[in-house]
Write a protein that binds this ligand. Structure first.
Ligand SMILES: [Zn+2]
Length: 914
């Protein structure tokens, strides 16, 4: 019986229509830099020219364009005739834009706001240029897929999404059960149709006619035989899909630079098949045309609720290393992202106050930075899986556009200073975040020269302000000339000034004076040497109590990276060789207590940890970890983890965020939708921790860690959180990058003495916020910290020529209709983000709460309407044109909200006309 069923299952099924999707997968930087890939080799420049010319010769031909950053560059270089030709190809449906973000973003290590920005930028360009909005997702190469991406994709107005990489066991089970097409329901009301490609994103084997791979050209006497071979291949494929139409990619990495001959070879086969008078027809098509055709068949699909992490392509190969790879780059991108969001909202308000003179220049700067931020969200950029020189180029691009924006901001703050304080010609500086250290050089110089420094603080929502300063005594004045309570914590000569501001005193633009004391003797941070070991409960020490409710220990450990020939560890793949080893012995530790903060410093070889407990924050600890270069001998790399041990009985269950939004339930050695084969006990349990990881027990006792950049994380032991915080590896994992993840830099010691020419790895400072809470009483506590960390203050410094603020004059605080956008419950965990465009503002209201709908209001005096997440379609337009799909099983129950409410972990988008 079993054999018979198998035979029936594999029987040749004739599908009526076969759609070929010609496409080129053009990585936005990977083995070469973004713009070299455009110019050199087959070159994206040549590819687009080649396929568009070929399309114009035959109206039966189709092409799928994906990476908008490349298309924009190419289009700008064309003459008027070519531009007209492109417009024609778009209008007649030959050229279709899929996805349409600046790049094909990664889904594990990206933050949700950056994904939204990349799509909004790309889509806005396509809309303004061609009046089109992509309606189909195309994520054919990212290494696993996230629930939040599915949500964003759906809210951008996508009718469905294509992808290729899912866990190999999952794929074989989906093949067997005809579930390669399904409905993804990551949260209530979000039902995204998904298509998983039959054979990665390549052409059928033997039918790739690009010069890069070059299947031999089809001779006239071979056409019939080759056509039959192709039909046989599609006959097999049709066994695994439900519809009477099937679809297949035609292309690969950087293909179609010789489009005419590619089309011609395929056309020989198409003509032969279509003339056979058989039941099968084959056409060039586009991804959205396939969705429309399939949608008409009224099929029912199974429903998927969880996400597609981690991805593995064989039993030894879990792609869980890239969640952490290149920590410095990941940290830099996140820092820029936070600043960019704050700057856009701030400047939108300045525009609405009529306070911006050179708006065109400003919009151009924002647009350039948006494009570069979009480029680095690419699935071989933020992932840390590009070659070293390509990564250096990404940093250069980001530095260029962020520096220009920063210059603009500094000039603008100078204007504000004149308006608000009547201080003229103040020249501002900022502290740049560079590859390894935060520097505030100019601040240091002024303070050391006993000069008063004016601090302009924009968009601040935090009560604690931190500044790296020289070791001196200070007076910190607020705008009422009230001297603020401060402390200075020094570790050798590295000092940080901490001062607390009043919660009621939080405005969009605030000024403070930092006045160094003439008294030159250094501030004395009183530290008490204490004796601790890896088993010490740190909460009792930090709280100066014998017993607390939230016991925790902190240690570091490392895995030796596997160099096993079957699967070595590398930039993509994490494969440990054996168990954890302790990393860094404690050399000494000391503690400082005052009425603002308690700081414990633990020095180990290669790691310095500073744990701070602020007096005004309950059950929260800030962990600052300085990691020195990872040393390794020969090829044995090391992958460093931070371990937090607690008393929480988490029952093999933990939660990780999805691009900063919805927590995903993870159970050790278990997958929700398929049977996991236990082959890699550590790396198969690693998940992306883009923003937080959380453990809880049945009584609601919870611990969470909020990180400052993407990392891989898991919980392998009871009550323990394991986060991979750095990796330096001597081997390549054979997934294409062809380099070991070493991140070598010159060893300064060697340069000085000229006695050696060793390289060393990068060093880095990382921040983690650790918090304990009762999930039943305060379910939004961890989200509150996420919000605080996102809403960073923008800090600008200038030499100040006045030692006091002039309080006689009342500061005039401007108001506009944008200030009327408010979330009604002030204590709710929500964000209002505003982005300026020429004719309108995009306003997004984010509800970050785990529990609780938020209500908001919009200005009464201006016109607005609710839209898809890219701001380009009204909700009504979208609803009346979207494809709806039928499901076999029940989807998540929707919560009913009105258009001035946002449900938990959702975002509402509005256009406010200017
Ligand atoms: Zn790729």
């Amino acid at each position: 019986m079993f054999i018979l069923l198998c035979l029936l299952h594999l029987q040749y099924v004739e599908s009526k229509v076969i759609y070929f999707l010609p496409h080129s997968h053009d990585d936005v930087g990977w083995l070469d830099t973004v713009w070299n890939i455009y110019d050199n080799g087959p070159g994206v420049k040549n590819i687009i020219s080649s396929y568009s010319t070929a399309l114009s010769k035959d109206s039966g031909r189709r092409f799928v364009q994906v990476e908008t950053i490349y298309f924009k560059k190419w289009y700008e270089e064309q003459d008027i005739e070519t531009k007209q030709m492109i417009n024609k190809l778009i209008i007649n449906g030959q050229l279709e834009f899929a996805a349409g973000g600046w790049s094909m973003n990664d889904e594990a290590t990206t933050y949700y706001e950056d994904i939204i920005d990349s799509f909004t930028g790309g889509h806005t360009y396509l809309y303004e240029q061609f009046r089109i909005i992509p309606r189909v997702g195309w994520q054919i190469d990212p290494f696993g897929h996230s629930s939040t991406f599915a949500y964003i994709s759906y809210m951008m107005g996508m009718d469905g999404q294509y992808f290729a990489r899912i866990d190999q066991i999952d794929k074989s089970e989906r093949l067997k059960n005809k579930n390669l097409e399904f409905i993804w329901n990551p949260k209530p009301g979000i039902e995204l149709f998904c298509h998983i490609n039959y054979r990665h994103y390549s052409s059928p084997p033997g039918f790739d006619f690009d010069p890069l791979r070059s299947s031999p050209e089809i001779q006239s006497n071979q056409v019939n035989q080759k056509a039959n071979q192709l039909l046989e291949y599609f006959g097999q494929q049709a066994n695994y899909y439900k519809g009477e139409t099937i679809v297949h990619t035609l292309g690969d990495d950087n293909e179609w630079s010789s489009a005419e001959s590619y089309y011609k070879n395929i056309e020989k086969l198409i003509d032969n098949i279509n003339q056979k008078n058989g039941t099968q027809q084959i056409h060039f098509s586009t991804p959205h045309q396939y969705l429309k055709r399939l949608n008409q068949q009224n099929l029912q699909y199974s429903v998927k609720f969880d996400d597609f992490f981690p991805y593995s392509d064989n039993h030894q190969s879990y792609w869980t290393g890239y969640y952490t790879s290149r920590i410095s780059f990941k940290g830099y991108v996140r820092q820029l992202s936070k600043e960019f969001q704050q700057i856009k909202t701030f400047l939108s308000k300045q525009i609405s106050y009529d306070n911006i003179k050179d708006e065109d220049e400003l919009l151009q700067l924002l647009s350039n930075h948006n494009q570069n931020m979009g480029i680095v969200q690419h699935h071989d950029a933020i992932t840390g899986t590009a070659k070293q020189f390509v990564n250096d180029d990404y940093i250069k691009l980001l530095q260029q556009s962020s520096t220009l924006l920063d210059q603009y901001m500094r000039k603008h703050v100078s204007i504000l200073t004149e308006q608000l304080l009547e201080y003229k010609n103040y020249e501002y500086h900022t502290c740049y975040y560079n590859k390894t250290i935060s520097e505030c050089k100019q601040l240091d110089v002024w303070l050391n020269q006993n000069k008063t420094v004016l601090l302009a603080l924009l968009m601040n929502q935090n009560r604690i302000i931190k500044l790296p300063v020289p070791n001196l005594h200070y007076t910190v004045l607020d705008e009422n000339n009230i001297s603020l309570n401060y402390t200075l914590l020094c570790d050798n000569q590295d000092c940080v000034l901490y001062f607390i501001i009043d919660e009621d005193n939080i405005e969009e633009t605030q000024f403070y004076k930092i006045i160094p004391s003439i008294d030159k003797h250094p501030f004395n941070t009183k530290r008490i040497q204490i004796s601790i070991n890896d088993d010490t409960d740190l909460s009792t020490i930090l709280n100066n109590q014998t017993k607390t409710n939230n016991t925790f220990k902190l240690t570091y450990a490392y895995y030796v990276s596997s160099s096993d020939y079957r699967q070595p560890s590398g930039a993509y793949i994490f494969r440990p060789d054996g168990q954890l080893n302790p990393y860094g012995n404690i050399i000494n530790s000391s503690i400082h207590y005052d009425d603002i903060v308690t700081e414990l410093i633990i020095k180990r070889n290669d790691v310095t940890t500073k744990i701070r407990k602020y007096k005004h924050l309950q059950d929260e600890y800030e962990i600052e970890t300085f990691l020195d270069s990872i040393e390794f001998i020969n090829k044995s790399g090391k992958e460093i983890v931070m371990l937090i041990d607690t008393d929480i009985e988490n029952n093999d269950t933990f939660y990780t965020d999805s691009n900063g939004l919805d927590l995903q339930k993870r159970v050790k050695n278990y997958r929700e939708t398929f049977n996991l084969i236990d082959t890699e006990p550590v790396s198969q349990n690693y998940y992306p921790v883009t923003n937080m990881i959380l453990l809880n027990q049945t009584n609601g006792q919870t611990v969470a860690i909020i990180n400052d950049r993407s990392q891989g994380g898991t919980s392998l032991k009871k009550g323990q959180i394991e986060l991979m915080i750095h990796r330096r590896i001597g081997t390549d994992d054979r997934r294409g990058v062809g380099e070991a993840l070493k991140e070598d830099i010159d060893d300064p010691k060697c340069q000085k003495t000229n006695t050696c020419n060793n390289k060393k790895g990068i060093s880095q400072t990382l921040f983690h916020q650790l918090v304990f809470f009762q999930n039943t009483q305060d379910p939004n506590k961890a989200r509150k910290i996420q919000l605080r960390e996102d809403m960073i203050a923008l800090k600008y410094f200038a030499e100040d020529f006045f030692s006091k603020f002039n309080i006689q004059k009342n500061k005039v605080i401007p108001q506009s209709y944008l200030d009327e956008i408010v979330v009604l419950d002030e204590d709710s965990i929500s964000k209002i983000r505003i982005e300026p465009k020429q004719q309108y503002f995009i306003v997004r209201i984010h509800n970050l709460q785990e529990v609780g709908i938020i209500d908001f209001q919009l200005p009464k005096s201006v016109q607005y309407y609710q839209t898809t997440m890219n701001g380009l379609m009204t909700i009504e337009e979208w609803q009346s044109t979207k494809l709806n799909w039928q499901t076999l099983n029940k989807t998540k129950t929707q919560i009913q909200v009105n258009s001035f409410q946002v449900q938990p972990q959702f975002i509402s988008t509005f256009i406010i006309l200017r």
